[in-house]
Write a protein that binds this ligand. Structure first.
Ligand SMILES: Nc1ncnc2c1ncn2[C@@H]1O[C@H](COP(=O)(O)OP(=O)(O)OP(=O)(O)O)[C@@H](O)[C@H]1O
Ligand SMILES: [Mg+2]
Length: 361
């Protein structure tokens, strides 16, 4: 059992800076949990507290049913890969891996078997006798991963372990980590500020901002059902369009849901606009469109030109509403007021809508 439970955890660094005030987090046994959030929000701090490399200032930490708040890092049954991979530069790849296993007092045959297995996994077979100083940043990072994997820990903590890899290798390592998670059957806690990494690998995502949990859920849940504006704009590539009406609320919709032709049985807002920028994204294009509601970002396969006049269709079922505290809301009065304001904007026509129970013509 290797669920991890952070209970009322606070962290104030010795310089007096409080990074985490009151964190309550349950990481499920055998989950692949990704801690996601912007730079400086406290992800590494949280991970280092779980590892025991950083003391908690208040609260209790459990791994399984053990209270490990005061337990030494080496006694917590976990392995960690750091943001700045800590490998020994003077030791060969083989020695770097062997070192940890010898400390764990494994037999020679077992050590050999594991080294062979993990260097294969990270694609470093040819380099077992090389020194890290002769390897690239990505290869060094893979040594750190291999060394951690070789310990077959119950809990595997990773702090941006893919950040120094090129795009192709990063993709490959993502799939490797998903497979690894399946085969090791241990709990993975993976820190990143890259939401694509999070969305592709996680069984559970915990979205942080300023040391607080903004939402925890499956990738699908946080994408389809963001609990607040922060998550709505942080998740997605790019995040949601949001149009704020001060004192009333905010309406949001995904760039992928903005259509150029009227969908069947359309109910929603038809918005006149003009393309102002165009960006090529492989199959899709990303457009900025100037409208009476402000700039709307649209992701579409259609090939438009800058300065082209367009009609945008945004279906009511694709709209999300947020209150003045930036929380998701289903409040009918608020939705009505927001939609009335949308409807009053230049170049907008609204078909009947049913969201708030009233009818517009
Ligand atoms: N040893 C320390 N002493 C004082 N403040 C620290 C210390 N380590 C981190 N901090 C501060 O704590 C905050 C959170 O840092 P942390 O490294 O946990 O962020 P992060 O979410 O991992 O960011 P990144 O994505 O950039 O790695 C930052 O404001 C940082 O300046
Ligand atoms: Mg960090």
């Amino acid at each position: 059992m290797a669920a991890i439970h952070l209970k009322d955890i606070a962290k104030t660094y010795s310089n007096g800076k409080t990074v985490i005030e009151d964190l309550n987090l349950e990481i499920k046994d055998r989950s692949f949990t990704v801690l996601l959030g912007p730079s400086g929000c406290g992800k590494t701090t949280a991970l280092r507290m779980i590892a025991g490399l950083e003391e908690v200032s208040a609260g209790q930490l459990y791994i399984g049913d053990q209270n490990v708040t005061k337990t030494e890092p080496g006694e917590r049954g976990l392995a960690m890969v750091f943001q700045n991979y800590a490998i020994y530069p003077h030791m060969t790849v083989r020695r770097n891996i062997e070192f940890g296993l010898k400390n764990m007092k494994y037999l020679k045959d077992e050590i050999e078997k594991r080294i062979k297995q993990v260097v294969g996994m990270v694609g470093l077979q040819e380099y077992v006798n090389a020194k890290p100083s002769t390897l690239s940043g990505g290869q060094r990072q893979r040594i750190a991963l291999a060394r951690a994997i070789s310990k077959k820990p119950e809990v595997f903590l990773m702090d941006e372990p893919l950040s120094n890899l090129d795009a192709k290798l990063r993709n490959q390592m993502r799939s490797e980590l998903i497979d690894l998670h399946r085969s090791l059957k241990s709990t993975f806690v993976f820190v990143t500020h890259d939401q694509i990494e999070a969305m592709t690998m996680a069984t559970d995502i915990v979205i942080f901002n300023y040391g607080r949990i903004m939402q925890q859920g499956t990738p699908k849940e946080v994408y389809e059902n963001p609990a607040n504006l922060f998550v709505a704009t942080f998740i997605g590539d790019p995040g949601m369009n949001t149009i704020a009406f001060p004192g009333i609320g905010t309406v949001g919709f995904r760039p992928q849901k903005v259509k150029l032709t009227m969908p069947a049985d359309f109910q929603g807002a038809k918005v006149a606009g003009m393309v102002i920028t165009k960006e090529m994204l492989g199959m899709d294009h990303l457009y900025h469109v100037a409208t009476g509601l402000g700039t709307i970002i649209m992701k579409s396969e259609a090939d438009l030109s800058v300065d082209e006049a367009v009609q945008l269709y945004i279906s009511e079922q694709d709209l999300y509403f947020f209150d003045s505290n930036e929380q998701r809301t289903a409040d009918a009065m608020l939705i009505d007021s927001v939609l009335n304001t949308v409807k009053a904007a230049d170049g907008v026509t609204m078909t009947k809508h049913h969201l708030a129970g009233s009818v517009y013509g």
